[in-house]
Design a protein around this ligand. Structure first.
Ligand code: ADP
Length: 545
C-alpha cells in the first residue's frame, strides 16, 4: 500500500547546473551577455555563443586533466569569460572556487592551499597581483591567463583563448553529476579568524537561482537586463549570473570598472532594469548622477541592494531624483546569499511605508527564520523584541568545508550572528551584527539605526557607529562621520538632527569627524579597524558634545 502511494513523479531528475546550461544553449533566444571593455566600448555575445564557448571550455578542462571533484580557482572580475567558467567547471563535475581578489595576501594563500586548487584561471589585468602569491600556493599545477595581456612570471601559464581555439567546436559529453555534489566554493571574508569555505551544491544553487526568479524576491525574468555590479568573486554575485541564465535575461558585466562614472555611463547606454550592488557603490552613483544631468538611471526599476543596511534616505533620493527603485536584500555567504527580500506592501508612501522599505524584508519561500535570545529561547515576532537570526533551508550552509564549527550551527539552524526584530508582517529588521552591538546601561542601542538616521542628514556622506567603553554606562555610541566636501556641520547640529528621530538615551555624546570610513574587502564599513583605532588612541577628529 505505501508503495502505491509513493509519488509518481520524476523525483530523480537532478537539480543541476547542467539544466541551466542547456537552457542557455537552447531556450534563451535573443538573450545576450554584455561586457564592458577598458576603452568604454562593450563586447556582446548571445547566450547561444556563450554556450558554445562553455562546451569548448569543458573540453579544455578535460584535456588539462581536471577531474570530478577537483577545485579550480578563478581570479577574475565580472566578465563573460568568468561566466563561462561559472558553468564549464561545475557542469564538468569539478568545483568552481571563486577567489576573492580583495582578501589580504595571507588569506589568499590560506584559501588556495586549504581548498587545494589544482589550476587557477586569471584575468590578465590581475596577473601582477597573482604572480606575487603564486610561489606560496602548494597545489596549483597551472595557470590559465584570460585576455591578451602578459602572463608575467606565472609558472606553467597557458592562454585561455588559445586553448578554446584549439578545443574546436561541437557538443561536449558532460558527465552525469549528482545534485548533491559540490558545484562551487566560496570563502567568507573572514572578519574574525581564517576565512571559512562554504561549499554550494548543484541542488542548492539550482534552488537559490529559482528563488531569484520569484516575484516577491528579485523577480528576475526574461524581460530583464541584469547588471551584476556585485563581484562574481563574492557569494556568486548574489546568484545573479545563474538567475539571469535560468530566466533567459540579458546579463551586463562591468568587468573591473566599478567607479561611479563608468557605471553611470554603462547604465545610461545599456538600460539595465535590474542591478545588484552594495550601498556604498549606490551612494557614489547617486552623487555622480546628481552632478551630471546627462546621466539617465531611470531604466533601473528593480535595483537590489544589500551587504549592509541600506540607508532610507539613499532609497528616497534615488526614487525622487532618478526614478530608481531600490529594494533591500539580506543574506550572507552561508545563505547563498539571498535569504530575505524587501518588497513593500502596496499603499501610500507615508512614514510606515518607508519604515518597511528600510527593513531587510521577508524570508524567501523555502527559507525558515527564527529569532533566538541569549538563553536559546525563541523571541516573538512583535517588531520590538530582538534576538539572533537563525535560518534553515535548502540553500543554507550546514557546515564549513574541512572546518567543523559547531558554534555556528544549532540543531539544523545556521546562527547568522545578526541581531534583528521581526514584525507581525514577517519583515526582518536588522539592528546590528552581534559583534557590533552597543549595550548602554543594560539596554541595546542599534548602531544600524543611528547610522541610518545620521546618513539622512544632507551633509553626512558616511556614518559608522561603534561602542566606546564607558565607566558609568558600560558602553556609549561613538559616531564616526564623513562630511560632504566643504560642509562645516558641527557635532551639536548632528545631535539636533537626531533629537526627534531616536530615543533620548541613544543620543551620542561623542563624534569622530574622519576623512573616510575604512572598508572591508567587499566594501562594507570596517568597524573592527575603527574600534582598533579607538583602543590605540589613533582615532582622529574626536569631538565631545
Ligand atoms: P562576510 O564574509 O563578512 O560574512 P558576507 O557578505 O557574507 O560577508 O556578509 C554577510 C553579512 O552582511 C550579514 O551577516 C549581515 O551582517 C550583513 N548584511 C548583509 N545584508 C544586509 C542588509 N541588507 N542589512 C544589514 N546587514 C546586512
Amino acid at each position: 500500500m505505501t508503495d502505491m502511494l509513493h509519488g509518481l513523479m520524476q523525483d530523480d531528475f537532478p537539480l543541476t547546473l547542467n539544466h541551466i546550461r542547456r537552457r542557455v544553449r537552447s531556450s534563451n533566444f535573443g538573450a545576450e551577455v554584455v561586457t564592458l571593455m577598458p576603452d568604454g566600448s562593450v563586447e556582446r555575445s548571445t547566450h547561444a555563443q556563450v554556450a558554445e564557448r562553455i562546451d569548448r571550455l569543458a573540453r579544455v578542462l578535460a584535456e588539462l586533466g581536471i577531474e570530478q571533484g577537483d577545485r579550480v580557482g578563478t581570479f577574475a572580475w565580472n566578465n563573460q569569460r568568468h561566466l563561462e567558467l561559472y558553468f564549464a567547471i561545475p557542469c564538468s563535475g569539478a568545483v568552481l572556487h571563486t577567489l576573492n581578489i580583495r582578501l589580504f595576501n595571507e588569506q589568499l594563500t590560506y584559501i588556495v592551499n586549504h581548498a587545494e586548487d589544482k589550476a587557477i584561471f586569471v584575468d590578465d589585468s590581475l596577473v601582477p597581483l597573482l604572480e606575487k602569491l603564486a610561489p606560496s600556493f602548494s597545489t596549483v599545477e597551472r595557470y590559465v591567463v584570460m585576455g591578451g595581456g602578459d602572463t608575467g612570471t606565472l609558472p606553467n601559464a597557458l592562454r585561455y583563448e588559445d586553448l578554446l581555439e584549439a578545443a574546436g567546436p561541437g557538443d561536449f559529453d558532460y558527465p552525469e553529476v549528482d545534485e548533491r555534489q559540490a558545484a562551487a566554493l566560496c570563502y567568507t571574508s573572514g572578519t574574525t579568524g581564517n576565512p571559512k569555505g562554504v561549499l554550494y551544491s548543484h541542488r542548492s544553487i539550482s534552488l537559490h537561482s529559482s528563488g531569484t526568479l520569484m516575484t516577491d524576491s528579485t523577480a528576475l525574468s526574461r524581460d530583464d537586463r541584469v547588471l551584476a555590479v556585485v563581484p562574481m568573486f563574492h557569494a556568486n554575485a548574489w546568484g545573479l549570473p545563474y538567475g539571469a541564465a535560468l530566466a533567459g535575461a540579458d546579463l551586463i558585466l562591468p568587468d573591473r570598472f566599478l567607479g561611479a562614472e563608468p557605471l553611470a555611463n554603462l547604465i545610461t547606454a545599456e538600460r539595465p532594469t535590474l542591478m545588484g550592488c552594495v550601498p556604498t557603490i549606490f551612494a557614489d552613483l547617486l552623487r555622480y548622477a546628481d552632478a551630471h544631468p546627462e546621466v539617465d538611471l531611470s531604466s533601473l526599476t528593480n535595483a537590489a541592494c544589500g551587504g549592509s543596511a541600506v540607508p532610507r534616505q539613499l532609497m528616497k533620493d534615488f526614487e525622487e531624483r532618478h526614478h530608481v527603485r531600490i529594494f533591500q536584500a539580506w543574506g550572507m555567504t552561508e545563505t547563498s546569499p539571498v535569504a530575505t527580500y524587501s518588497r513593500p506592501m502596496e499603499g501610500e508612501q507615508d512614514d510606515a511605508y518607508w519604515d518597511d522599505r528600510a527593513k531587510q524584508g521577508r524570508p524567501l519561500p523555502w527559507v525558515e527564520l527564527r529569532l533566538v535570545d541569549d538563553d536559546g529561547t525563541e523571541v516573538p515576532w512583535d517588531g520590538l523584541s530582538t534576538g539572533e537570526i537563525e535560518v534553515r533551508g535548502p540553500w543554507i550552509a550546514a557546515g564549513y568545508f574541512r572546518e567543523p564549527d559547531d558554534e555556528k550551527f544549532d540543531s539544523g539552524w545556521l546562527r547568522t550572528g545578526d541581531i534583528a526584530a521581526v514584525d507581525e508582517k514577517g519583515f526582518v529588521q536588522i539592528t546590528d551584527r552581534a559583534k557590533d552591538v552597543i549595550k548602554s546601561g543594560g539596554e541595546w542601542i542599534s548602531s544600524v539605526e543611528l547610522e541610518n538616521e545620521l546618513m539622512s542628514h544632507p551633509d553626512v556622506v558616511e556614518a559608522a557607529v561603534i561602542a566606546k567603553p564607558d565607566e558609568r554606562w558600560a558602553e556609549r555610541p561613538l559616531c564616526c562621520v564623513v562630511l560632504a566636501n566643504g560642509a562645516g556641520t558641527t557635532a551639536d547640529q548632528l545631535v539636533d538632527h537626531l533629537r526627534d528621530r531616536v530615543a533620548k538615551w541613544w543620543l551620542p555624546d561623542e563624534f569622530a569627524f574622519v576623512e573616510e570610513i575604512p572598508k572591508t574587502s567587499v566594501g562594507k564599513f570596517d568597524k573592527k579597524v575603527l574600534r582598533g583605532r579607538l583602543a590605540e588612541g589613533t582615532l582622529d577628529g574626536r569631538v565631545q558634545v
